[in-house]
Design a binder for this molecule. Structure first.
Ligand code: EPZ
Length: 424
């Protein structure tokens, strides 16, 4: 298994970073191509492991896939050999695999899909999909679970309905939007998640003729159509990759220009970075950020559903707050298991204590290099950031977690002055 070797502290971090396409928007959009009869072209895909996994899943379901533009563009065409079996061997490595369930039942009125896998972010309670299944039942999907597979079917087309999610869920919202596209009649989804990646999915489907309207902040109306048209769609930039590089600049007195992402989508994060002392100038699809000489501490950051502070940036901001000139805390409200990286940061010298869902972070940490191990995608990025400001050579293992969601991570970091190399 590959490792990163990072020699720190990085003295001069400056230059330009090009943000790749959004992994999470692309995963939902690729699952949505199952709703089509006609070919679909998707551009600006990030070259990351999860995208390869989703493309393999689509291929196993019968879609034929042509690659262009260094595999950042795909043309997906249905074949006569469409199947509806989403195998455990593919779905177990990535939770987003569950997103093919709704489109398969919407389109083919049947599916045998494996329970999902992916990052273990909820401790032993795993990553449930009860919100997906309960809501799909309200559209007329019937299912039973046998040997880890969801055997689902519908009696003809799914039927529109009014559904209020008991809890806000990104995946369940994406699942139900897609399942409603070809249903008979109108569906109203209430208490939806409204992450930008979900808006990117609805913009993609609307570009192919789907009848979707956001009629309230968290209320989405879908009127079923018979079929979708051909379309070509370019995926939005990756919000969490952007946040990760903003933290890198703030952490190391860096001076970065971050391109290909709309800064309006990360207002909350940018306002916190300004409070910490970063100097930020924004323009269309461009963020210029200079890290402060002294990082100010923040009493508390609480993760919330969008437009709140995102759980996926908590590990990265935790590293930043370790270097702040005073104590801070982060409260995690979305996942129980989001503090797996704390022990690894403590090996680098961090002084963090956990009380329930709150991590109390002492500032003015002198990070010292060590061997550390990634536990999930965003934790691995946080360990790399800590290595950048640690004195000595930090080795980060299990970086396959990083490869799931960060395209070309070490090359982008090397280009802006970080001494990092991949050990195979
Ligand atoms: C999406 O996961 C993202 N993944 C996650 O990013 C992100 O952390 C998360 O949304 C929150 O923003 C993708 O988009 C592929 P949820 P998802 O459903 O859809 C519970 C990354 O790093 N829940 O909003 O799984 C769930 O356990 C990944 O790119 C149920 O209880 O998140 C969690 O506690 C990590 N039942 C909470 O809701 C359900 O049926 C929010 O989960 C579904 C979810």
């Amino acid at each position: 298994m590959d490792k990163f070797s990072i020699t720190g502290p990085c003295r001069v971090m400056r230059g330009e970073v090009s943000i790749s396409g959004s992994k999470n928007a692309a995963l939902a959009i690729l699952a949505g191509t199952l709703l089509f009869d006609k070919p679909v072209i998707i551009e600006n895909l990030p070259r990351v492991r999860d995208i390869d996994t989703m493309l393999n899943l689509l291929k196993s379901l019968g879609s034929s896939i042509q690659f262009f533009d260094n595999k950042k563009t795909v043309k997906i065409t249905k074949t006569k050999k469409q199947k509806q079996f989403a195998s455990y061997s593919i779905v177990k490595t990535m939770r987003a695999g569950i997103l093919v369930l709704g489109p398969l039942v919407a389109k083919y009125h049947k599916s045998i899909s494996s329970f999902p896998g992916g990052c273990v972010l909820n401790g032993n309670s795993g990553r449930p999909i009860d919100l997906h299944l309960e809501a799909l039942k309200k559209l007329g999907m019937k299912y039973e679970i046998k040997k880890g597979y969801i055997h689902a079917k519908s009696n003809g087309k799914l039927k529109g309905n009014v559904i209020k999610f008991p809890q806000i869920s990104v995946g369940a919202t994406e699942q139900l939007v897609m399942a409603s596209i070809l249903a008979k009649g109108k569906t109203i989804l209430k208490n939806c998640a409204i992450e930008p990646e979900i808006k990117d999915l609805t913009k993609f489907l609307i570009s192919a003729g789907a009848n979707i309207k956001w009629i309230g902040k968290r209320t989405c109306q879908i009127i079923g159509v018979n079929s979708l048209n051909e379309t070509k769609y370019s995926v939005m930039g990756d919000r969490i990759e952007t946040g990760t590089f903003c933290v890198a600049a703030a952490l190391s007195k860096g001076d970065l220009v971050i391109k290909n992402f709309d800064p309006k989508l990360i207002k909350t994060e940018l306002s916190i970075l300004k409070k910490l002392g970063a100097n930020i100038k924004l323009s269309k699809n461009r963020i210029k950020i200079k890290g402060p000489q002294k990082i100010k501490n923040i009493k508390n950051i609480t993760t919330k559903e969008y437009e709140g502070f995102p759980t996926d940036l908590a590990p990265q901001f935790m590293v930043l707050l370790c270097k702040a000139n005073g104590n801070s805390s982060i409260t995690e409200n979305i996942f129980q298991g989001r503090f797996l990286h704390v022990m690894e940061l403590q090996r680098l010298g961090a002084r963090i204590s956990i009380e329930n869902r709150t991590a109390k972070i002492e500032g003015n940490t002198n990070f010292m290099a060590a061997e550390v191990m990634s536990s999930d995608l965003r934790a691995s990025a946080a360990l790399v950031l800590a290595g950048i400001v640690s004195k000595g050579k930090t080795i980060v293992s299990r970086i396959y977690h990083c490869d799931r969601g960060y395209e070309n991570f070490e090359n982008k970091l090397r280009k802006i002055g970080v001494k990092i190399k991949r050990l195979r």
